[in-house]
Design a protein around this ligand. Structure first.
Ligand code: GLN
Length: 436
């Protein structure tokens, strides 16, 4: 059924870069047979996945939507992909994205922009825009994306689906082509909470081959979501904060929808408080300085010898900007001036957000401060970066964060963002399940 939808709609939406029809059908038939024979099947049996083009899947082209890697074929499965396959998830294909995940609109893909199925003619957000569009257009059940500064939550918000960036270290990044390794995190996108929790239960966990993964006894997220079903006040006992400064940077029409969502959370039993976050002004400069330096470092392997072409010779404008600025500011003579400063600023942001989260269970607000622009509209870099102001905080602090559909402005979806303490991913899941 999904292949039919892809064949029908992908020309217009451009969410998938590659689909393996035969293998997906063969796998589905194999699972079917197992079920018919009464054999045991995995937790994801029959669920269909799209994987972002920066996560290695054996035998697919893993280009990160860049000309640099247009001929690079995944020679192994990333840890998350291994886990999905071992639970009988079906990998149907590879999703379009911003080149090397550096963007918020999916317009920088070497393979062309993605059309937003929920708001045709507009960007789907990014950088996991192909993933969100594929889920929204019902081309698959679940998409696995990466989030460095919002790339799962931003397109989820614009396409009206659910998306979650787990705590830093909760999911192995082994096999992910990094954008910025201290910020990157892999996570799921789906149309309902069950899709999110089944994926989380599969992909979260310590990975001995990835030194930043947490040794963490994670809860069963599907059970958390199931446990509140049918309850009238499922959020009773939860303290949820809104934040003045998030409101100030956000468009009025979005704020109106968020206000209604907050009322709904209260009706669901949550206690509401208002808090203040004083470092909103330094979030974007801090994020981009760190991103540029780490990305510059990550791209040194694309020198044209082992993998594909020399990146500087074939990449797009935004990727080149990051490489050049990253190379400039990480020069020895600037030691202590930019990157070190950014790390200090990052500590301030992390400390403040963690302090806020000492008193409350969740912080909520808009996921993205403005509506997605029309395809083809040319934005200046700073205008593009402005989409990220509310999402980069979670990556800088390493905390879990998710986006759930809050409503729409004349049909254009708007997402509510939920953030919690590191390893309080379960609280986010609970609130998402209640809110959905
Ligand atoms: N838009 C942000 C950036 O361009 C975030 C990207 C991401 O999360 N991969 O860096």
């Amino acid at each position: 059924a999904y292949i039919k939808v892809i064949e029908e709609k992908n020309k217009d939406i451009n969410a998938f870069l590659e689909v393996n029809k035969e293998e997906a059908i063969a796998k589905a038939e194999e699972i079917d047979l197992k079920i018919k024979n009464g054999e045991e099947v995995g937790a994801l049996a029959g669920l269909v996945f799209g994987i972002k083009a920066n996560i290695n899947v054996e035998d697919f082209i893993i280009s990160a939507a860049s000309k640099t890697l247009e001929d690079y074929i995944g020679s192994y499965d990333a840890t998350v992909v291994k886990k999905i396959k071992s639970e009988d998830g079906i990998i149907i294909g590879i999703n379009n994205m911003d080149e090397f995940a550096a963007g918020s609109s999916t317009e920088t893909s070497y393979y062309g922009a993605v059309n937003n199925p929920a708001a045709p003619g507009r960007i789907p957000g990014g950088s996991s825009g192909g993933s969100a569009a594929a889920v929204s257009a019902e081309m698959c059940d679940i998409a696995i994306g990466s989030d460095t500064g919002g790339s799962i939550r931003n397109p989820s918000s614009h396409c009206g689906v659910l998306g979650m960036k787990p705590s830093y270290g909760a999911v192995s990044r082994q096999g992910l082509l990094d954008l910025s390794m201290s910020l990157d995190q892999i996570g799921p996108m789906a149309r309902d909470i069950t899709g999110i929790t089944l994926a989380l239960d599969t992909i979260i966990g310590y990975d001995p081959t990835e030194c930043t993964t947490l040794k963490w006894d994670a809860p069963n997220f599907t059970e958390i979501a199931e446990s509140i079903k049918g309850r009238k006040k499922p959020l009773e006992g939860m303290k949820i904060a809104t934040c003045r400064e998030f409101r100030e940077v956000t468009n009025d029409e979005i704020n109106e929808i968020i206000d209604k969502s907050v009322e709904k959370l209260e009706e669901l039993g949550a206690e509401l408080v208002e808090l203040s976050f004083n470092h909103i002004d330094i979030c974007l400069p801090t994020y981009y300085l760190i991103n540029y330096v780490e990305f510059f470092s990550a791209t040194r392997k694309y020198d044209g010898r082992k993998y594909g072409s020399r990146i500087e010779e074939v990449c797009g404008e935004e990727v080149l900007r990051r490489i050049q600025i990253g190379s400039y500011i990480s020069q020895k003579e600037f030691s202590g001036k930019y990157y070190q400063k950014a790390l200090q600023a990052r500590s301030l942001i992390r400390n403040e957000i963690n302090k806020m989260l000492k008193d409350v269970d969740l912080i909520v607000g808009p996921t993205v401060p403005k509506l997605p622009h029309s395809l083809g509209e040319k934005l200046e870099p700073m205008e593009m970066y402005a989409y990220d102001v509310l999402t980069v905080i979670a990556n800088l602090a390493g905390i879990p964060a998710a986006s759930v559909k809050a409503g729409d402005v004349e049909g254009i979806p708007v997402g509510l963002q939920l953030q919690a303490k590191p390893q309080d991913d379960g609280k986010i899941v609970k609130a998402m399940a209640a809110f959905e």
